[in-house]
Design a protein around this ligand. Structure first.
Ligand code: ZN
Length: 330
């Protein structure tokens, strides 16, 4: 991959390209941002550009160093990942020993630590000195989707680049380039909240099942019928997973509501977020008032917002159901 193969985050690619052109890449970088937005890929492009034989501001993808980095066999570019879910001080010791040696075959030594939040306190502290006074040929790129657990002393010694979720349009475009149909691309881009990697790897059958299930839930909310057993199964699963699933359900519910508004307002079908549900949506459109759908949409947006705050999931769900149903006996 070169910079042009990385979807989204144009601003960051520009900053890095400029820094590479001026030979001013900071010795210590921290790439922070949500999962699946290309942080690792970007770090690898930087590592290749620093060693590429043909280019100085990008990876040519054909020279010896670029191909070796891609295969994971270039001795001056090292990726350090957790062993048993933690990055230990021993791993940092190896990193530091290698860091002070001149590059073996390339121009720069690059260490990519991913995910950096898995560093133990000891491991983090052991890095401070080299971050403070790095050899000129040493580069380290720390990668994290959870910047709040990185020690402030580490953060303050790195230049932090914050990656954004990939936009819905960019995700859809990238999926179409990878031979997804336009309709699938649109639907997947809606479901993954900016996580391009997830969009590329989703199982279409699972996606279809989830949307069918959520459509049923949407109908029961729309007609104020008590929901099916949909929410009960959540209670036994891990909190993080539950939150993610509720978020995804709420976003789907919001997308069905938005589509219903569009149909009520006679908008162009091309604008629908769920084109494959158009017939079903049209059937429903006749029996609900616009104000009712708008109120439901507002409520769902509010729920998505409150999900971000650290709420008790059980309480959240019972209040969600009673709110959406407009019935406090549920
Ligand atoms: Zn190259």
């Amino acid at each position: 991959m070169s910079f042009s193969d990385i979807t989204g985050n144009a601003r960051i690619k520009k900053i890095l390209t400029k820094a590479l052109q001026r030979d001013r890449i900071p010795n210590s970088l921290l790439f922070s941002g949500p999962q699946g937005v290309g942080k690792i890929e970007t770090a690898l492009v930087v590592a290749k550009a620093l060693n590429c034989l043909n280019l100085t501001d990008d990876a040519c993808e054909t020279c010896g160093p670029c191909t070796a980095v891609n295969k994971g066999t270039f001795p001056d570019v090292m990726r350090i990942s957790p062993e048993k879910d933690i990055l230990k001080i021993d791993q940092m010791r190896i990193l530091k020993e290698a860091a002070y040696l001149k590059p073996m075959v390339g121009r720069k030594r690059v260490f990519i630590v991913d995910p950096a939040e898995k560093m133990t306190m000891q491991a983090s502290n052991s890095l401070l000195k080299i971050l403070e006074e790095p050899p000129s040929f040493f580069h380290i790129i720390l990668i994290t989707s959870n910047p709040f657990v990185i020690l402030p002393t580490i953060k303050s010694r790195c230049q932090v680049l914050s990656f954004s979720p990939v936009s819905r349009d960019d995700i859809a475009r990238c999926l179409i380039e990878h031979d997804f149909s336009e309709e699938k691309a649109k639907i997947l881009s809606l479901l993954v909240r900016g996580n391009l990697k997830q969009a590329m790897n989703m199982d279409w059958e699972e996606v279809r099942a989830e949307r069918e299930e959520t459509w049923q839930l949407f109908l029961s909310f729309l007609h104020r019928e008590p929901p099916t057993s949909f929410f009960k199964e959540y209670s036994v699963r891990r909190r993080g997973v539950v939150e993610e699933e509720i978020r995804s359900t709420l976003e789907l519910l919001a997308s069905f509501s938005r589509d219903l508004v569009l149909i009520k307002e006679n908008a162009d079908s091309k604008l629908l977020l769920n084109p494959d549900f158009e017939d079903l949506l049209r059937e429903e459109a006749g029996s609900v008032r616009l104000e009712q759908i708008l109120a439901m949409l507002e409520l769902i947006e509010g729920l998505l917002h409150s999900l971000q705050r650290n709420m008790n999931i059980k309480l959240f769900m019972s209040s969600m159901i009673s709110d959406v149903m407009g019935n406090h006996h549920v």
